[in-house]
Design a protein around this ligand. Structure first.
Ligand SMILES: Cc1cc2nc3c(=O)[nH]c(=O)nc-3n(C[C@H](O)[C@H](O)[C@H](O)COP(=O)(O)OP(=O)(O)OC[C@H]3O[C@@H](n4cnc5c(N)ncnc54)[C@H](O)[C@@H]3O)c2cc1C
Length: 390
């Protein structure tokens, strides 16, 4: 059974977010994944990163940074286009491409907080795929508690000098530039200490580890980054000194939505695969899908997927109206990533022993999905955020 060949089942909860232009864009994205990405899945997994020219191909088709303004090389389209890109990645069951982090997180920081010069310098090259980017927050000593970062940036003449290291950085191996969260204040902890710096990968003292050995998402280049007296000019400060934490907060709801979107579409893909499998596979002389347990399990999963879809699409409407609360987005991230884990676990069970074999898409979905409950803020941190709104 090949991945990338399946769509969500047609009779799931109908959606009403998209128009014909969105549908045409979806077709372009679907073909891109089918032609350029799915046939190379094993190669990407072996080398632990995608090919660099995949980024250029995506850029040439307008699939990178498409929500950025046209004067900076984007298409100036709404975030439903980002949603489509992420959904098609999930329907193709791809976990190697790190386009969304580059287009929907890093580009937003530069567009929201960069001056005109920075926007003109970076966004067009990011949109073409010439420049690959990462965001480096997590450190060996701290992840959830961002205010405790130790990587420091110290002013020295016309430069800042950066020292420290970051871990688990998506796109880390291929990146040409990273936005690095640094401590610039004196206090031991505290949000006013943090600032964001644009750091080019070719700066002296900036080095990268080999892609880390993960249990899943093996084609995604997740790396350690090291900063040994890296000098960056003062103009590489993004936004205002000491405002890093507040800047990171601005798009937080959207960043949680990105994970919720990929989990929802991933669950729909896993479910569609499993419904098909349960019709094809026979035991005791009949399709396994005819057993009452299988039918009830599939009915339960379909119900959970549809409920989450309704909540997610409503959140997306609020996002488009710029009215989505951090608590609602946190709930989407936590609930839908939990739902995805449950769906792939039950779907794997319905595959029997074949579900444990890596050539079956459900096995890959089972191991790939796990990180969603950890990154972009762990699900425990999501519950913290939700509880604070009560
Ligand atoms: C595949 C992958 C890709 C990633 N990509 C990036 C990236 O591109 N850039 C980047 O900066 N980071 C990235 N990360 C890092 C990720 O964001 C962190 O792993 C995550 O924020 C958790 O931090 P931690 O690993 O230090 O865990 P910790 O913070 O040490 O947490 C350990 C456990 O304690 C729990 N915990 C911590 N604090 C609390 C609390 N207050 N209340 C209750 N429970 C708590 C956590 O929920 C977790 O279960 C990535 C991680 C993975 C796995």
């Amino acid at each position: 059974m090949q991945s990338g060949a399946i769509r969500p089942l047609a009779n799931m909860l109908p959606r009403n977010l998209f128009n014909e232009e969105h549908d045409a864009f979806r077709e372009t994205v679907r073909k891109f994944y089918e032609k350029e990405v799915v046939p190379n899945t094993e190669k990407y997994e072996q080398q632990q990163h995608v090919d660099r020219d995949l980024w250029n191909k995506a850029g040439a088709l307008g699939l990178l940074c498409c929500t950025m303004p046209e004067q900076y090389g984007g298409s100036g389209v709404d975030r439903l286009y980002s949603m489509i890109l992420i959904e098609e990645q999930a329907y193709a069951m791809d976990s190697a491409t790190g386009f969304s982090l580059h287009s929907d997180i890093v580009a937003n920081y530069i567009n929201n907080f960069g001056n005109e010069e920075k926007k003109l310098k970076w966004i067009p090259k990011m949109a073409s795929g010439e420049t690959i980017t990462a965001i480096a927050m997590t450190e060996p000593g701290t992840g959830s508690d961002l205010q405790a970062v130790r990587t420091s940036a110290v002013a020295d003449g016309d430069d800042y000098v950066i020292n420290g290291s970051k871990i688990f950085i998506t796109n880390g191996y291929l990146c040409d530039m990273a936005i690095v969260v640094c401590k610039t204040g004196d206090a031991e902890k505290g949000s006013a200490n943090l600032s964001l710096f644009i750091v080019e990968a070719n700066r002296a003292g900036f080095s990268k580890g080999k892609p880390l050995h993960k249990i899943g998402m093996k084609g995604q280049d997740t790396c350690e980054l090291f900063f040994d007296n890296v000098r960056v000019p003062k103009e590489n400060l993004l936004g205002m000194l000491g405002m890093g934490f507040i800047m990171l907060m601005k798009e937080l709801a959207w960043e949680r939505m990105l994970v919720a979107i990929i989990c929802q579409a991933g669950a729909e893909a896993a479910f569609a695969h499993t419904v098909q499998y349960s019709k094809d596979r026979k035991a005791f002389g009949k399709p396994i899908g005819t057993f009452q347990n299988s039918r009830f399990k599939l009915a339960e999963l379909r119900t959970e997927i549809d409920f989450c879809r309704a909540y997610l699409d409503r959140c997306m409407q609020l996002q488009l109206e710029e009215n989505l609360g951090i608590d609602a987005a946190a709930a989407a991230k936590y609930k839908i990533s939990d739902m995805f884990s449950k769906v792939v676990d039950e779907c794997l069970q319905l595959h029997g022993g074949y579900g444990y074999m890596l050539e079956y898409p459900i096995a890959r979905a089972y191991i790939d999905n796990r990180a969603n409950r950890i990154y972009a803020g762990t699900n425990e941190i999501m519950k913290e955020l939700i509880s604070r709104s009560l």
